[in-house]
Write a protein that binds this ligand. Structure first.
Ligand code: AMP
Ligand code: MG
Length: 323
């Protein structure tokens, strides 16, 4: 792997340099509160094509356009009136809204769809980069397509290395799973991807919200592909209450809270000692990266409660386990 330069995301000089890379059509990996993003100038189709190349991502998989505030979002898409209270309440934050696409967004960003996914990330370095670049930044997660998403600069360097012009290191991602994607297709709100904003919080603002996560394959949402977010080590999700059998010498365990029989496993990752699902989401991908690096025979994940961020965690684990 060729080496890549990693700079401090909190250094204004590094931000200015990263912004120049974006304006020049290059690729910058940058921290967000969800996961690390691989960013390019959202209005430059050639720069955006480099994202697909670096990630080996199919061109049918549209990207999220990152803007600094709701006002800037208006250049790129038109949101339905019902979505506007969500911008006030959840932006900056882990909520992506699907809007009607406007002309400045090249077709490669939306994979030819007439809708565009937009969000305002809640990370000071991400916002500083977007503002300094003076334009929207299109960015998917900064990993190889289908693999575990990066929540640290080191994860990006491992998977993408020399394909990126610059990595901004802003420390571990606070939320740790991707944004929730909400669409108003057909006039009613529908969650297309479970993520960092729990559906319960959307319901508190909107009333009933449909959840179409993993119910149907939608070519427009490859984050909904049956197999995604995968470790190279085979992963299985244990049935509720079940424990993997005794001969666990080559098995790693992923568990929400400490397990009584931990010593039976080659390695164990506890997502949250107190069982807090927010903390668990923040630790999920780091734990998967660590277990995956050990060359184990298998990773067994114990299920977590499907409420709050538990919905996004179980969604990711099931897709990682799918064959
Ligand atoms: P990533 O940032 O790698 O998690 O990928 C972005 C996700 O946003 C993908 O799963 C896309 O399918 C989804 N997405 C992007 N644009 C749209 C859109 N216009 N409608 C629905 N989903 C979208
Ligand atoms: Mg991704």
């Amino acid at each position: 792997m060729s080496s890549v330069r990693i700079a401090d995301a909190f250094d204004p000089i590094a931000i200015a340099e990263a912004a120049q890379v974006i304006r020049d059509g290059g690729l910058v990996a940058f921290p967000t509160e969800t996961v690390y993003g691989l960013g390019a100038d959202a209005e430059n189709p050639v720069a955006v094509a480099r994202i697909f190349e670096a990630k080996r991502r199919p061109l049918i998989d549209p990207l999220i356009v990152h803007v600094a505030d709701a006002e800037s979002a208006r250049r790129y898409g038109t949101l339905p009136a019902a979505a506007l209270p969500l911008c006030d309440r959840f932006w900056p934050g882990p909520l992506t809204l699907v809007a009607a696409k406007s002309p400045p967004v090249p077709a490669i960003v939306t994979a030819g769809l007439d809708t565009v996914a937009i969000r305002v990330p809640a990370h000071p370095a991400a916002l500083a980069l977007i503002r300094a670049a003076g334009r929207a930044v299109a960015a998917p997660s900064a990993n190889l397509f289908g693999r575990v998403s990066p929540t640290e600069a080191g994860h990006v360097a491992e998977q993408l290395g020399g394909a990126v012009d610059l990595i901004l290191d802003g420390g571990p991602s606070a939320v740790g799973v991707e944004s929730t994607i909400l669409s108003f297709e057909g006039g009613r709100p529908v969650v297309l991807r479970a993520g960092g904003t729990p559906p319960e919080e959307l319901q508190a603002v909107l009333g009933p919200v449909g959840i179409e996560v993993g119910t149907a394959f939608r070519p427009s949402v490859p984050g909904q592909m049956k197999r995604h977010y995968s470790t190279r080590t085979p992963l299985e999700v244990a049935a509720s209450g079940a424990r993997p059998e005794a001969s666990c010498a080559r098995i790693g365990l992923l568990t929400l809270t400490p397990a009584a029989d931990a010593s039976k496993y080659a390695a164990i990752e506890v997502l949250s000692p107190s069982g807090d699902l927010r903390e668990a989401a923040a630790n999920l991908y780091r734990a998967l990266h660590r277990l995956d690096a050990l060359g184990l025979e298998r990773i067994v994940a114990l299920p977590v409660p499907e409420e709050g961020l538990g919905l996004a965690i179980m969604d990711r684990l099931r897709r990682a386990a799918a064959s």
